[in-house]
Design a protein around this ligand. Structure first.
Ligand code: 9D3
Length: 248
């Protein structure tokens, strides 16, 4: 996958992608990620990327011209992108389904906003997807772009070594993960659940599944609407949600 990021802080993007699983995949040539400095697509002495909003009001708006020139230069060099994503608080929420769809594309472009926002003509004619990472206010689009890229790129075949860990993971199944333990079996008086030491693999799988369902019902009941559960598990989640109301 080729991913190009348009930003006024290319160092933020490069720094975050220089370590870890994504960096290893870049070294192996599975991923090609590049940060493009938006100011390189300005032509005035001050390399201006923002201007005052028409209609008045506080703050500044990102000018359309440098963003258009950047995206056009990227597509000229790399070929047409399957998606041009604008990260913005006004976007639809990033989910595993969105990440999965983007991970199947060969080339994506991500535009990071700063200031109050980006001129709407960018969204109207250049952008295919507007994405938010959640309902909290950040200072710019770079961290959301990195979150999106991390979620997308780890789904590209060959990026994460253990494909079983990608396929079996919680959001793929629509449930939260079960608890995990490692040695020692007793740590400061707290013991690991007996079943995990039993060697009974069927019992361990049953315990893990029931913990996933129980945790999801307690912590994220919203996820249960779309989770694939047996009739028995559905019944258990109702009981779990009752317990939650009584004991918090
Ligand atoms: C005063 C109105 N604000 C909109 C809610 C202005 C504003 C706040 C924060 C404009 C831009 C930003 C910077 N944030 C992003 O660019 C952003 C973001 C976020 O703040 N939260 C969650 N997802 C995202 S994606 C991009």
């Amino acid at each position: 996958m080729v991913a190009d990021v348009v930003t006024i802080f290319p160092g933020m993007i490069e720094g975050a992608l220089a370590d870890g699983v994504i960096a290893r995949a870049r070294e192996r040539g599975v991923l090609d990620v590049r940060a493009w400095d938006l100011r390189a697509f300005t032509s005035d002495r001050h390399r201006t990327v923002d201007d005052v909003p028409f209609g008045g009001g506080p703050g500044m708006v990102m000018k359309p011209e440098p963003v258009f020139l950047a995206v056009e230069a990227i597509q000229a060099e790399r070929g047409p992108a399957g998606a041009v994503v604008l990260v913005t608080p006004q976007g639809t929420r990033l989910t595993h389904a969105v990440a999965e769809r983007l991970s199947r594309l060969e080339r994506i472009i991500v535009i990071c906003g700063r200031y109050e926002g980006v001129d709407e003509r960018v969204a109207e004619t250049l952008v295919t997807d507007e994405v938010s990472i959640g309902d909290y206010v950040l200072t710019g689009g770079e961290l959301p772009a990195l979150v999106l890229l991390d979620a997308v790129m780890r789904l590209v075949p060959g990026v994460v070594g253990d494909t079983a860990s990608v396929e079996g993971e919680s959001f793929v199944q629509g449930l939260l993960d079960c608890p995990h333990y490692t040695r020692p079996a007793v740590f400061r008086g707290q013991a690991v659940p007996d079943v995990l030491l039993s060697g009974n693999h069927a019992a361990i799988a049953r315990w893990r599944r029931s913990e996933q369902v129980r945790r999801t019902a307690r912590r994220r009941p919203d996820l249960l609407n779309d989770a694939v559960l047996s009739d028995d598990e559905r019944r258990d989640t109702l009981r779990e949600r009752e317990t939650e109301k009584e004991s918090g």
